[in-house]
Design a protein around this ligand. Structure first.
Ligand SMILES: [Zn+2]
Length: 99
């Protein structure tokens, strides 16, 4: 199964790793003023440019790899979970994807 982003706290949705604000994977950038896409872009940059972000990237590659990621964002809008999903599953092997 290819990991995907799911809507957290939804009835019947389970088995995901939470990346909500309450976790270390939460997006530290507030979106209310500049919008969600802005916050997601900041987050992507933060992961690459900061020591803290690089540490999170490292965790994501092991802890989040192969798992669905849950956030409360609408699925059809921007979410930092999509960034983590890509990072965590970079070069996912076929075996891992079907496990
Ligand atoms: Zn989100």
């Amino acid at each position: 199964m290819i990991p995907k982003r799911v809507k957290a706290r939804t009835k019947g949705v389970k088995g995901y790793r939470s990346v909500m604000r309450s976790t270390k994977y939460g997006n530290p950038f507030p979106w209310k003023e500049h919008g969600k896409q802005w916050a997601v872009d900041q987050y992507r940059r933060w992961l690459v440019d900061t020591t803290e972000g690089q540490a999170i990237t490292k965790y994501a590659k092991t802890e989040l790899r192969g798992h669905d990621l849950g956030c409360t964002c609408p699925l059809d809008g921007p979410c930092h979970g999509d960034v983590l999903l890509i990072i965590a599953n970079e070069s996912l092997t076929k075996d891992e994807a079907t496990a």
